[in-house]
Design a protein. Structure first.
Length: 102
């Protein structure tokens, strides 16, 4: 109901998306035993469309990329496997090298 009201009453896209993200976060944290599909049904909205989901997916891709860098895979192979850009992988590699030197 809240998602529907946000869609109907709020015309500013960033504000509407922010409200939907907040609702999604509450549902995810409150109902930890529900599947993504169950939360989608509860919201009447795909959780994949929320900023929270996109950020979590990005963070997971970065974690995987770091693990693959440590294993010595090529930047191009990692970019293809994680759907991160070559530039993002290079940045992660630089950060990893800096962390190792400290």
């Amino acid at each position: 109901m809240l998602v529907e009201r946000a869609d109907q009453e709020i015309t500013a896209l960033p504000i509407r998306q922010g409200i939907i993200d907040i609702i999604g976060r509450i549902l995810v944290y409150k109902f930890t035993t529900l599947s993504r599909q169950e939360i989608d049904a509860m919201m009447g909205y795909r959780i994949e469309d929320t900023r929270m989901y996109r950020e979590a997916k990005q963070e997971r891709s970065q974690e995987i990329a770091i693990n693959l860098l440590r294993q010595g895979l090529s930047i191009e192979a990692i970019a293809q496997a994680t759907e991160l850009s070559v530039t993002e992988i290079q940045t992660l590699q630089s950060q990893l090298e800096q962390d190792e030197y400290q």
